[in-house]
Design a protein around this ligand. Structure first.
Ligand code: ATP
Ligand code: MG
Length: 280
């Protein structure tokens, strides 16, 4: 008789970052399996404890925070200005993004009251501040924000209800340079994140119409979505300049850079610290 781990054992082993070979182990019977489980669990717990100690001794910051710092540094070095806008978004600004009550994204919004929600994206507030910055600063105006966004998702390994978005925008550049610029900026971010195998592919988006998605070269998982203007959404903000913008998910970038299967481990979590399970 050949049997594999029970579902509960599987889950625990995945939490403890067991590798594929261990996860696929087969056993002659339940007794042999349960004994093997105890031994393997003990071994993996020891490794996780060592990783936790290393975090304390060396970096002292989770990967997510370190990636945020690296991206901030590289963007500032490339003349982008960091902005920080509220996490709470008004319904009015959401509507300006064409997201009204009939829009597919509406069912994903966390409402705080009838006209305030947790931002599902950074773009509305970036548009808002750009209206003024375009008036005041010489072009091109380059800004970015990194912060939490919230969407109701049916839980999967690639989505979570709270995730960290980087959104960068360069506005007021020559229209014919947009595609090249988009590729340069995608390269800048992916390189800083340690992702070297990616492709850029045209996609249709519920908010922007056409987007250029940045996908993991191996499994085609979406890492970011880029859009260009002039765009129909710009009219609501009286913006007429040519622009490029990209929104990246930091947890997705980390997943790919670390070869992880679980977005939950990479993000803000009570169960994991820097991807390390805490109930060990
Ligand atoms: P997907 O198709 O993967 O659900 P999306 O196209 O709805 O993503 P965008 O609105 O383009 O997402 O957001 C920009 C980026 O933010 C995505 O490319 C992805 O990296 C990240 N992202 C979006 N939703 C989530 C989520 N629920 N959890 C983690 N990351 C997310
Ligand atoms: Mg997208």
């Amino acid at each position: 008789m050949n049997i594999s781990w029970t579902e509960i054992q599987q889950t625990r082993l995945k939490e403890l970052a067991a590798d594929d070979a261990d996860l696929q182990s087969q056993f002659d019977g339940a007794a042999a399996r349960d004994k093997a489980f105890q031994q393997l669990e003990k071994k993996l717990v020891k490794v996780e404890r060592q990783k936790l100690q290393q975090l304390r001794d060396v970096h002292r910051r989770p990967r997510l925070c370190r990636l945020e710092s690296r991206l901030t540094d590289i963007l500032i070095q490339n003349d982008f200005v960091q902005v920080t806008t509220p996490t709470i978004l008004s319904k009015g600004l959401l509507n300006k993004m064409s997201i009204d009550d009939t829009h597919p994204l509406t069912s994903q919004i966390f409402w705080l009251d009838k006209d305030k929600c947790l931002r599902p994206m950074l773009a509305p507030h970036l548009y808002f501040v750009l209206q003024d910055l375009l008036r005041i600063w010489e072009k091109p105006v380059r800004i970015f924000e990194i912060g939490s966004c919230f969407r109701k998702e049916s839980h999967g390994a690639r989505h979570s209800n709270e995730f960290t978005m980087l959104n960068l925008v360069e506005m007021g550049l020559a229209e014919e340079t947009r595609q090249r610029r988009l590729e340069e900026l995608a390269a800048l971010v992916t390189q800083a994140a340690g992702v070297d195998d990616y492709i850029i592919q045209s996609e249709s988006s519920a908010v922007y119409g056409e987007t250029n998605d940045i996908l993991d070269g191996r499994n085609r998982q979406e890492l970011g979505s880029a859009a260009m203007g002039p765009h129909v959404l710009d009219r609501a903000w009286q913006i007429t300049d040519a622009w490029v913008g990209i929104g990246f998910g930091l947890e997705r970038l980390l997943m790919v850079a670390e070869g992880s299967q679980s977005l939950g481990k990479m993000g803000k979590s009570l169960a994991y610290l820097d991807g390390i399970r805490l109930n060990i």
